[in-house]
Design a protein around this ligand. Structure first.
Ligand code: PMV
Length: 321
């Protein structure tokens, strides 16, 4: 018998950037995301005589495998299960070579397949807590649509909750890949460095405020408000890293930010976002996706590869004999 899980990635509209507890991955502030339909990880997990991790058809033996198995052993101790070994086969339907993070979908799928295989019948809340131990953003991939990850006092209180699993807002995300292969500063390292910023407390407060405002914008079905909140929050995150002497942004990322502004001036609602890398995302109304894509392809020509996505579903897990 083997268990399977499929989890989608998510784009943070209010970013998780800073931890209160490194090991438990307790965030310094709440974050809010949109689960995406186009990018996902499918994972098969079964009990085995030895640990083996196959990613996209190739056996992994290095750092990635180590992270996966130390995550699984932390789940074994969390649920007081006897020591076990696993055979894991994962397929990432995330353009990883284009520099998009797959840790959210990867760890969420892994936690869900583990829960299924071990017969744990975890609630979504417990699954969110378990996924969080692998990668913070994975806590949010448990649910579809708009998701809020509360900061919480301890590990039992830090989990994601759904805001609107099937968003009524007709929104699309256009990802702009500028070909960056691997970020020089991992998100964990970047978060650690950012905590020394004199603006870190302000950043925390801004995220708390932005989550409340974003929830209201979602409730009011106001795409423009949500877009403005997201763009402001992404700019603040990158200002925070710059205040510590490093940046993920390239000239092309900054050009994408001004492109969003130009489009707005022309009457197209379009907003910029960017995570821990130079690739960017442009949020727009579904009906404007073609206009935004055409402009991006014109402005960036051969420097860009575009991928589009809409709201996606939460994690699913099943068993097969
Ligand atoms: O979950 P991690 O450790 O890969 O960190 C994610 C960090 C950002 O993508 C920049 C923000 C976020 O909330 O997803």
């Amino acid at each position: 018998m083997a268990s399977f899980a499929l989890a989608h990635t998510n784009l943070a509209l209010v970013k998780y950037w800073g931890k209160e507890d490194e090991k438990l991955r307790l965030p310094s502030a709440p974050s809010l995301s949109l689960t995406l339909n186009a990018f996902y990880t499918k994972t098969k997990l079964s009990l085995s005589k030895e640990n083996k991790f196959v990613l996209d058809g190739r056996e992994e033996k290095g750092e990635e495998a180590q992270r996966v198995f130390s995550f699984l052993s932390s789940l074994l101790s969390l649920f007081r299960l006897p020591s076990s070994r696993f055979f894991i086969e994962s397929q990432n339907f995330v353009p990883k070579s284009a520099g998009f993070a797959s840790s959210a979908s990867a760890f969420c799928a892994l936690a869900a397949a583990f829960s299924k295989e071990m017969g744990l019948c975890l609630s979504k809340r417990e699954l969110s807590i378990a996924s969080r131990l692998g990668s913070g953003s994975a806590a949010r991939s448990v649910y579809g649509g708009f998701v809020l990850w509360r900061e919480g006092e301890g590990s039992r209180e830090s989990f994601a909750v759904p805001i609107e699993e099937k968003p009524s807002m007709p929104l699309s995300v256009l990802f702009l890949s500028f070909g960056e292969k691997k970020k020089k500063i991992s998100s964990s390292e970047g978060m650690k460095l950012s905590k020394s910023s004199p603006f870190f407390q302000i950043w925390r407060e801004e995220c708390r405020k932005a989550c409340k405002e974003a929830e209201k914008a979602i409730k009011d079905d106001s795409f423009e408000s949500l877009g403005e909140i997201s763009e402001r929050n992404a700019c603040q995150m990158h200002a925070l890293t710059l205040s510590c002497g490093f940046s993920y942004l390239s000239q092309l990322s900054l050009r994408a930010l001004s492109l969003a502004k130009e489009l707005r001036e022309e009457g197209v609602s379009c907003y910029w976002s960017c995570d821990a890398g130079s690739n960017c995302a442009l949020l727009c109304r579904k009906e404007d996706l073609d206009i935004v894509r055409k402009r991006a392809e014109k402005v960036f020509a051969s420097s860009v590869t575009c991928f589009s996505a809409g709201p996606g579903n939460g994690v699913e897990a099943w068993s097969e004999s």
